[in-house]
Design a protein around this ligand. Structure first.
Ligand code: SAH
Length: 241
């Protein structure tokens, strides 16, 4: 038996487990998708893999699903973070959606000196990550952190994590990511529309764990740069092979 609808739920999943639906989930499953008692849904919660569940109760404002069998084990992405400076709303949404599909484990919006936007709606961005995971078949949802200053993130940088620092000023310095370094924790850093300040660049270039990377001779928009960098990293060190 298979289910066409995939739904993220913030509840434990397991054999025979009942899952209470929120009003919004009930509206989606029974109102929009026209599911009724006996219908099936695939559920995941980011921890317990994917489960086939059957509708046990369907109401206007709620409902209950019952887990039947695990159909996919939990598949964790590689230990890769994406740090990016938020840009216009639609492009920021795009970055979160693409980073989720591309297999980033954690998404960290960072405020740099030339960052255009001072605020983000963390809850909205997290919802975008959930939606992207639902549609791409992932069993994991990356956490979207709150906006933090880049300086502060670097001050508290975890030991042993490499940083791929994408700098448009470094044309020609292609980063060679060697496959024998597979398994190490990494992060990718993408700057804002205004690029990095000289002070930021100086600090980033002095960090022993930072590896400067060029994404070619053309200046990419931050959203394009994020997808390009994720592709490059996944191809060399990630879970594509
Ligand atoms: N304002 C800058 C461009 C910033 S592009 C300028 O006009 O020079 C936004 C971000 O995308 C950059 O900070 C960088 O992280 C990344 N980026 C864009 N093109 C790149 C390239 N060719 N190589 C490396 N990083 C790039």
């Amino acid at each position: 038996m298979s289910a066409k609808i995939r739904l993220y739920v913030d509840q434990p999943l397991g054999q025979g487990q009942s899952v209470e639906l929120t009003r919004e989930q009930a509206r989606y499953l029974f109102g929009v998708m026209r599911l009724s008692v006996g219908g099936t849904v695939a559920l995941f919660n980011g921890e317990d893999g994917e489960w086939l569940a059957e509708v046990a109760e369907a109401g206007k404002r709620g409902g209950v699903l019952s887990c039947m069998e695990q159909i996919k084990p939990l598949q964790l992405p590689p230990d890769l973070w994406l740090l990016f400076a938020p840009i216009k709303k639609a492009r920021t949404d795009f970055i979160v959606e693409k980073a989720t599909e591309m297999g980033a484990a954690r998404i960290l919006p960072v405020q740099t000196e030339f960052t255009n936007s001072e605020r983000i709606r963390q809850d909205r961005l997290q919802a975008h990550a959930v939606e992207a995971a639902e549609q791409c078949g992932g069993t994991y949802v990356p956490e979207v952190a709150d906006l933090q200053r880049l300086e502060r993130v670097l001050d508290t940088w975890p030991e042993g994590r490499n940083l791929m620092f994408c700098d448009e000023a470094e044309v020609g310095s292609a980063l060679r990511l060697a496959a024998n370094e597979k398994g190490q924790p990494w992060a990718i850093l993408i700057g804002p529309e205004g690029g990095f300040s000289n002070k930021e660049r100086a600090r980033l270039n002095s960090l022993p764990y930072a590896h400067v990377a060029s994404l070619g001779p053309r200046i990419l928009r931050a959203d394009t740069a994020a997808v390009a960098a994720l592709t490059m990293w996944q191809q060399a060190l990630g879970d594509w092979s």
